[in-house]
Every structure is written in structure tokens, then in C-alpha cells.
Design a binder for this molecule. Structure first.
Ligand SMILES: [Zn+2]
Length: 127
């Protein structure tokens, strides 16, 4: 990867990171909001649950974005953390914080869906 390509990813990751920080900060307020009205409370509970789920997802994304920025600094950006193959430029353009190549990501997604989560040994380098 050329330096200018890397810079482009760095810029978009930094923009994404700023957005996510903003989002997570705003959402933390919503997630703990309480209502004295019981009916409202039901409605709020559903909204809160959704907000928390979103917050979870965004926090995860933020973690991944930060890790990707760190990999840029360390020079390991664009390489799959598991199989160490290059992540395709197309994938990086769509998901610049991707830590895994498509194949490894699919395995990770599958084990996450099955409830096992990403295998621990994969995350040694990601943390
Ligand atoms: Zn891989």
C-alpha cells in the first residue's frame, strides 16, 4: 500500500472515530434516562434497550476504528490479524477498520452468532 493510500484510510478512520466518539457520548445520556410514568416506562425501556444495543455496536466500532488507526502507526494496517494475508482494497474501502480478511471475518461472524464469540487467540493482536 502506498503512503497516500494509507493517508486516505487514516483520514477516513479519524473522521469516523470523531463521529463515533460524539455518538457514544450522546447515547450514554439516553441509555440511563428514566421516566416516572409506568406506561412511559415500558416505551422507554424498549427505546433504552435499542439505544443500548446501538451503543454497544458503536462502541465496538469505535474500538475497531482505534485499533485500525494504531495498525496504521505500526505499519500492519491492511493485513488480516488471523491469517496475515492482505485484506483486499475493495474490502478496506468499504470497511477501513476491518481487522480480518473476508474469509476470516466469516468464520468470526459465524462463531459469534453461535455464541462462542471470536476465538480468543485471534484477538491477541487486535487488542
Ligand atoms: Zn484472514
Amino acid at each position: 500500500m502506498t503512503k497516500s493510500e494509507l493517508n486516505k484510510f487514516k483520514n477516513s478512520l479519524e473522521t469516523k472515530q470523531a463521529e463515533l466518539v460524539q455518538f457514544v457520548r450522546n447515547r450514554e445520556g439516553i441509555a440511563i434516562e428514566k421516566s416516572p410514568d409506568a406506561l412511559d416506562e415500558v416505551q422507554h425501556a424498549a427505546e433504552r434497550e435499542l439505544a443500548i444495543r446501538n451503543l454497544d455496536r458503536e462502541s465496538n466500532l469505535l474500538k475497531n476504528t482505534r485499533a485500525a488507526l494504531r495498525r496504521i502507526e505500526e505499519g500492519s494496517f491492511g493485513v488480516c490479524l488471523h491469517c496475515e494475508e492482505d485484506i483486499t482494497p475493495k474490502r478496506l474501502a468499504a470497511v477501513p477498520w476491518a481487522a480480518f480478511c473476508i474469509q476470516c471475518q466469516e468464520i468470526a461472524d459465524r462463531s459469534q452468532r453461535d455464541g462462542d464469540g471470536i476465538p480468543d487467540e485471534w484477538l491477541v493482536n487486535a487488542a
